[in-house]
Design a protein around this ligand. Structure first.
Ligand SMILES: Nc1nc2c(c(=O)[nH]1)N[C@H]1C(S)=C(S)[C@@H](COP(=O)(O)OP(=O)(O)OC[C@H]3O[C@@H](n4cnc5c(=O)[nH]c(N)nc54)[C@H](O)[C@@H]3O)O[C@H]1N2
Ligand SMILES: Nc1nc2c(c(=O)[nH]1)N[C@H]1C(S)=C(S)[C@@H](COP(=O)(O)OP(=O)(O)OC[C@H]3O[C@@H](n4cnc5c(=O)[nH]c(N)nc54)[C@H](O)[C@@H]3O)O[C@H]1N2
Ligand code: SF4
Ligand SMILES: [Mo]
Length: 753
């Protein structure tokens, strides 16, 4: 337990009931990172309101923020460890859980080696710094190559594109929306998703301001999304053809006289442009479904705009040319001179720093997966390899899985196959707050905490804000059981020492972890703590235990930090004293030189040139292509149990264009069968002209299973039962979860055949 809870709670204004204790904290659910005010009566959360004084989110909140109250109180949320006994998951003590984990995990490692233990790291770890850092310790102790995460069903193509182009997979440009005149958005719907790889709360308001300044929004999406409805121009593209569109834009920009500005110091531009010359705008119009005139108009708009930013998200990464598309997005930003300059696509900064050695480059293809030889990306194996690595016998076969805050049976491709493969494992541990489609297969579930029992700092996403800021929320309530940081540490101790630690042993283990971390900063020749004495720094770190020690260290070592000197720089305590956060102003320009660990931008990486060749032979679209979408009340596969978000809503419906529906004789509200080579699902149809003809859209995150331990969870078709693992982004092997062929059949036809 952190011990920080009581001491650090901050009073706040705005809640009506004066009796309530009021606390300010950041919502940990999505990337908007909203500052909230939580009203509580001792341990009961009574109200959740937006914090208008929060320097970053300035009063934003969505329905999920309010639902935190229900999440905290949900009787179905796990509070005690569960252990499988006689085939059933039953409540157990922590000591029993640790004893079993120590026995089975180490047995399997001894017998089959470290790679027999696989990790799956789910999305909420990006929003839970204790869990993220704790599991890092465990992963380091196990030293398995079989690390999987939600990243390979999400953003890895974008990070790999940055690696190939800038030599830094953490250099992620975001639109400078407060100063931008033209925003071009491909495959993203921030009105619903609240932004991704881009912390942008209050997107609607920022868009309104952009329009007030005379700015324009262009959206590129097969669906007239909630964001596209606010756009000045919407281009309803055929799925998976964004690379064609961007290439045509680049060729047009060249014709319009755009040159790559010298200050970018690029290499291999000639190779890139030569490879693009074979693409004609006429063929692109056919491939993308966007007219040549519309493409020319877009290029002209980009050429003429005083400032412009092109931004691509899930629609551009979860497709067959995800890395190439992400790369081409930045080529356009470079050609228009908008990368790394005010009003363009910029590189935000954050308070927390990591030592340079942790940023070793390139983190790509240093080794390959055992069965299909997929490349490693950022130390990870792709999700498409998870099932086959479990199924295929031989040295290095996965025998055990440790799943942190994830639900791969619903979120990863080919769900049925993955579920069967998991059932064949010798042992499985989950660290989760719910019993879900994946965790119910576990041998041990270690319960995570309520979000109010954990501290919050955006150590990963903090570098992707629409402006620079720093905020930290301490835990509101003491937890009756180990924090997620402690769970990670205990697992790490068990793996390192083959025994369950006593309280004193764990304390000493944590001290060693912090000291090792200080030592890494002290060895970083580029860092502010270079050559500093480890013991001296250890003594100066503010908190006396918990992941907060590492946070204080990283913040004080960072650019705004006090560097453990006498100055008035930033410390964790200063953030605690400023519960509305500290604003460091708009994103700074001309950051590329300091970010890149090489002296040039590579515009012609071999993998990219190769993929451009491959793009030319891309198959024509099938009769029906499936794509995904999100809804305001959803968050991937969880939160479905909360009445505020789930009950009575028909979210999991298949959107079909009216012309397609009438051709197939399908009516609005009818249940039909959707099939692909991987599987089939039954789903209700919503006929709408918001979706492009020939494309159908279904949200992910649902399943047909009735979860006995999430009694209110709404059910729906599991999208990923339709996705086969052989559809991937060709460079990163990220699953191409969008843009695959499906067939639609009415149930009357199904029963008659
Ligand atoms: N078809 C299709 N599939 C997709 C996507 C898509 O667009 N289309 N999107 C993909 C994307 S972008 C993502 S990020 C993935 C997400 O996929 P995953 O990360 O695999 O799963 P989630 O649905 O986010 O489930 C998160 C789990 O974490 C648990 N949890 C929540 N908070 C905490 C916590 O603080 N501690 C602990 N220990 N557990 C917690 C929840 O109970 C839940 O079980 O899905 C991907 N799958
Ligand atoms: N309400 C809600 N918010 C969320 C989440 C959630 O589940 N619910 N999940 C969170 C997570 S983990 C993430 S990663 C973010 C994702 O944030 P976004 O990227 O904004 O996610 P989506 O809303 O899925 O938008 C993707 C868009 O891509 C379009 N698309 C599909 N295929 C193609 C294509 O080939 N080309 C183009 N141009 N477009 C295509 C889809 O129609 C869809 O509108 O959202 C986060 N926020
Ligand atoms: S948009 Fe909603 S879920 Fe996301 S951080 Fe804000 S309140 Fe939380
Ligand atoms: Mo995601």
């Amino acid at each position: 337990m952190t011990g920080l809870a009581g001491k650090l709670n901050q009073p706040a204004a705005n809640l009506l009931e004066a009796k309530m204790q009021k606390h300010k904290r950041i919502c940990p659910i999505c990337e908007a990172g909203c500052g909230l005010i939580i009203g509580s009566d001792n341990r009961d959360v009574i109200a959740v309101e937006p914090n208008r004084n929060d320097v970053f989110s300035t009063g934003h909140m969505c329905p999920k923020g309010v639902s935190l109250k229900e999440l905290d109180a949900d009787p179905d949320r796990l509070r005690r460890p569960l252990i499988r006994t006689d085939g059933e998951l039953r409540e157990a003590t922590w000591q029993q859980a640790w004893t079993l984990v120590n026995e089975r995990l180490n047995e399997i490692r001894t017998q089959y080696g470290n790679d027999a233990i696989a990790f799956y790291i789910g999305n909420p770890t990006a929003h839970n710094v204790g869990l993220a850092m704790g599991l890092g310790i465990f992963a380091e102790a196990v030293a398995s190559r079989n690390i999987f995460s939600a990243g390979s069903v999400d953003q890895l193509p974008k990070q790999l594109a940055s690696e190939l182009m800038f030599g830094d997979d953490m250099a992620i440009p975001v639109p400078d929306i407060e100063r931008c005149d033209l925003l071009v958005m491909l495959g993203a719907n921030p009105v619903v998703s609240n932004g991704s790889l881009w912390m942008v709360p209050k997107f609607r308001e920022k868009l309104r301001d952009l329009h007030t300044r005379g700015g324009k929004l262009v959206t590129v999406d097969p669906r007239l999304t909630e964001t596209a409805r606010l756009a000045d121009t919407h281009l309803a593209i055929i799925p998976s053809t964004d690379a064609w569109l961007l290439i045509a834009v680049i060729n047009e920009l060249k014709l319009l006289g755009c040159q790559i500005p010298d200050h970018y110091r690029t290499r291999n531009a000639d190779k890139l442009f030569a490879s693009l010359a074979a693409f004609s705008i006429e063929e692109t119009a056919v491939r993308t479904g966007i007219s040549a005139d519309a493409i020319r108009a877009l290029a002209m708009q980009l050429r003429e705009a005083r400032t412009a930013a092109v931004y691509g998200r899930i629609g551009t990464t979860l497709q067959q040319f995800g890395t190439l598309t992400s790369y081409l997005v930045e080529v356009v930003n470079i050609m228009t001179g908008n990368l790394d300059r005010a009003g363009g696509a910029m590189f935000p900064e954050q308070a927390f720093s990591v030592p340079a050695e942790a940023r070793t480059s390139p983190r790509f293809n240093r080794y390959q997966s055992r069965v299909s030889r997929y490349p490693e990306v950022m130390g990870q194996m792709p999700a498409v390899a998870l099932a086959e690595e479990m199924e295929t016998a031989g040295e290095g076969q996965i025998r055990a899985l440790v799943c942190f805050a994830g639900n791969p049976v619903v979120s990863n491709p080919d769900s049925d196959r993955l579920e069967a493969a998991i059932q064949g494992l010798d042992f499985m541990i989950c660290v989760d707050i719910y019993h879900n489609e994946t965790t119910r297969l576990a041998d041990v579930i270690l319960p995570g905490s309520s979000p109010f029992e954990e501290g919050h700092y955006d150590s990963f996403l903090g570098a992707m804000g629409y402006r620079n800021s720093a905020r930290y929320s301490p835990p509101l309530f003491e937890s009756a059981h180990p924090s997620e940081w402690e769970i990670g540490m205990i697992l790490g101790y068990v793996a390192a020492n083959k025994s369950v630690p006593t309280t004193d042993e764990l304390r000493a283990f944590e001290d060693n972890i912090v000291a090792a971390s200080v030592s890494r900063y002290a060895h970083d020749a580029t860092g502010a703590l270079h050559h500093r004495d480890v013991q001296e720094i250890m003594a100066l770190i503010g908190p006396d235990s918990g992941v907060e020690r590492l946070l204080d260290l990283g913040i004080r070592a960072g650019q705004w930090g006090d560097h453990f000197g006498t100055g008035d720089g930033l410390t964790l305590q200063k953030l605690i004293d400023e519960p509305d956060g500290i604003d460091f102003g708009p994103i700074r320009d001309q950051r590329l030189a300091e970010l890149m660990d090489r002296s040039f931008i590579n515009l012609g990486a071999d993998e990219i040139l190769h993929d451009i060749e491959k793009l030319r032979t891309q198959d024509s679209p099938p009769r029906f292509q499936m794509i995904g979408r999100r809804s305001v009340n959803s968050n991937n596969s969880w939160l479905r149990n909360l009445p505020m978000l789930g009950k009575g809503r028909k979210t999991c419906v298949l959107e079909v264009h009216p012309t397609d529906a009438s051709e197939l004789g399908i009516k609005n509200g009818e249940t039909i069968k959707v099939s692909s080579p991987a599987g089939s699902v039954l789903v209700e149809v919503a006929v709408t002209d918001k979706i492009r003809q020939g494309v159908v859209s279904l949200p992910h995150g649902f399943s047909e299973d009735k979860l006995i331990d999430q009694k209110n969870a709404i059910q729906g078709a599991n999208y990923n039962r339709l996705v086969s693992t052989d559809r991937q982004d060709s460079i990163s092997a990220t699953a191409a979860l969008n843009g695959f062929e499906v067939t639609l059949s009415t149930l009357s036809i199904v029963t008659s055949t």
